[in-house]
Design a protein around this ligand. Structure first.
Ligand SMILES: [Zn+2]
Length: 575
């Protein structure tokens, strides 16, 4: 047999969860031909001695919808072994879009997912419909990209500015169904909806999808049932599922797989993950496919009080966060403002609406130790001793109240102090159980989102390095299965996620002894020189997409082998 690519002497972990073995993997015409001891010539041979040969990872929850238009690699997911990324999540796709409404649609994505609007204004919207958007990506992709139809985009397209104010009429719902039908027929992987009560536009109004009635959501989901394909993704699904089983009812009514955000441990609600698991145990036993995503990361965010999002849910804080920097400083100096912030965010004595903030957030927010790596202006020399301390510790050290200690530092350093906050997945035992829970899907990188706060696409290398190698919470075979086969299957990508003959040759080769994400750093590589946080990976030898090497030893080879991932119905209709 003549191969295009022969990967020799690796430890083959094939994505099924079955025991790994020592051997070769042969590739021809973009597909896996065989595994085993293979002889025969190949155009290219890669020696994988000491390395793991696995299916390419499927980065199942991303927001690269805009970025993919200028960055065909969707950096930096593929540097961490991802060969496929899924975009259009949380109702926030960039299609369909009416001419003239592009900025408004981009604003939703910008504000919820923290991608600077100056960057999004550079996007060349050459499409109107979802099929046109998918076609515009085809043939210039480094990685494979699957997209969901975003309910917010659909609602805005049909209802215009009224999409955030009222229920849709029957005609409008039918018009939305037509758009979803057209998109699914063109191969979109599914529909994304949102029940996230924290996802607002810059004016503080919930994004369009959240305004939909249940009847509207079920009507759109019904299109997937009618076509018999596609998946439904639910932003903010955990609260909705806990409240009235919306996610599992939607799955039951449509017969489609539902995935939602998220199963995780959080200091905000320490036992919430167990309560959600009990619900899922019940629904999955009843044969319903409604599963949460979960993340191996604790998702600490880095920020300054120039770009902070953390306190958006606090009524008196929200307008300050949106004000100009000099107005922020003025407010933070004002004793009356401080008193209000203290009442709302420390005493919780006001009627503060449900926020994403833990009541004791000051125990999970630190003065950042790595600040020199990413903040333009270094902090004052005399305050260096505060690095690594929580806000609570800062207050105790100085005998001040929480808000005074925090804002004194912020004002003194002219908003430039770097902070780190994370209260999710901080309980190791809990996270180990969650990552091993069969009714959850591992992923949730948010790649392409929160670009100045975190590099969540490092979830895969973190799972393999920290949780598998160091903590040994699961076998390598199981971890690879979670990163590959499970996500591919969930999203209806039936020809990837396994190193089996006939499957597309999406392959990741990595060193199990060194694989891990590297430290975060700041790079100015976005349009208009805008900055973002970058996290690269150690130990990823090659990322191979459709049989072509895309990334080798951390460098892009120049190849653009990616394809738009289309659903099973689309492929069946092609044959
Ligand atoms: Zn999302």
């Amino acid at each position: 047999m003549e191969y295009d690519l022969l990967i020799k002497n690796g430890r083959v972990v094939d994505g099924s969860g079955m025991p790994s073995f020592h051997g070769d993997v042969g590739v021809k015409a973009g597909k896996i031909v065989e595994r085993g001891k293979l002889s025969g010539n190949a155009k290219r041979v890669i020696d994988a001695d000491g390395l793991v040969v696995a299916p390419g990872f499927v980065d199942n929850h991303c927001h690269y919808d805009a970025q993919v238009t200028w960055d065909s690699l969707c950096t930096f997911s593929c540097y961490h072994g991802a060969t496929t990324v899924i975009i259009g999540n949380c109702s926030l796709s960039l299609a369909p879009v009416r001419p003239g409404s592009q900025d408004r649609l981009a604003e939703f994505l910008s504000y919820v997912e923290a991608i600077p609007m100056d960057v999004l204004r550079t996007v060349d919207f050459s499409w109107e419909t979802v099929p046109q958007y998918m076609d515009s990506l085809e043939s210039r992709l480094g990685v494979n990209v699957g997209t969901l139809v975003g309910h917010s985009a659909v609602r805005h397209y049909v209802m215009g500015d009224e999409c955030q104010g009222r229920p849709a009429t029957g005609d409008e719902i039918e018009a939305m169904q037509d758009i979803v039908r057209e998109a699914i027929n063109a191969g979109a992987l599914g529909l994304s909806i949102s029940k996230n009560m924290g996802h607002t536009d810059p004016q503080g109004v919930l994004v369009p999808a959240v305004h939909a009635t249940e009847a509207e959501i079920f009507a759109l989901g019904g299109v997937l049932r009618e076509l018999g394909t596609g998946i439904i993704q639910g932003g903010g699904g955990r609260a909705a599922e806990t409240k009235n089983r919306l996610m599992s009812r939607l799955s039951e009514a449509t017969g489609r797989q539902v995935v939602y955000n998220n199963l995780g441990q959080t200091a905000r609600n320490p036992n919430g993950w167990k309560e959600l698991m009990a619900i899922i145990d019940e629904t999955s036993q009843a044969g319903i496919r409604a599963y949460p995503l979960c993340s191996p990361l604790s998702n600490a965010s880095r920020f300054t009080m120039r770009n902070c999002q953390l306190f958006r849910g606090i009524p008196s804080w929200f307008p300050i966060l949106r004000a100009e920097d000099d107005e922020k400083l003025q407010a933070y100096r004002d004793p009356q403002v401080r008193q209000k912030l203290h009442a709302e965010a420390v005493d919780w004595s006001e009627d503060t609406p449900d926020t994403n903030l833990a009541r004791n957030w000051y125990d999970y927010m630190w003065v950042d130790e790595w600040v020199d790596e990413w903040v333009d202006e270094p902090v004052l020399e005399k305050n260096q001793g505060f690095a690594g301390k929580t806000i609570n510790e800062l207050a105790q050290m100085q005998g001040k109240g929480i808000i005074d200690a925090f804002l004194d530092l912020v004002v003194e350093e002219n908003l430039d102090t770097g902070f780190k906050h994370g209260n999710n997945n901080v309980d190791r035992e809990a996270v180990a159980q969650i990552l091993n829970y069969p009714n959850a899907i591992v992923g949730l990188s948010d790649g392409g989102a929160h670009v100045q706060f975190q590099g969540g696409y490092g979830y895969s290398t973190h799972l393999l390095g920290y949780w598998v190698r160091e903590q040994q919470i699961m076998s390598l075979e199981q971890a690879v299965r979670r990163l590959t086969f499970e996500s591919a299957t969930t999203f209806g990508i039936y020809d990837r996620g396994l190193l089996h003959p006939g499957m597309a040759a999406d392959i990741t080769i990595f060193d199990p002894d060194t694989v891990s994400p590297t430290n975060e750093e700041v790079v100015h590589d976005f349009p208009k020189g805008a900055w973002r946080i970058r996290t690269l990976a150690e130990g990823i030898k090659c990322t191979i997409v459709n049989g072509e090497v895309l990334i080798e030893d951390g460098e892009h080879t120049g190849a653009l082998p990616g394809k738009v991932m289309r659903n099973a119905l689309y492929h069946a209709n092609q044959d």
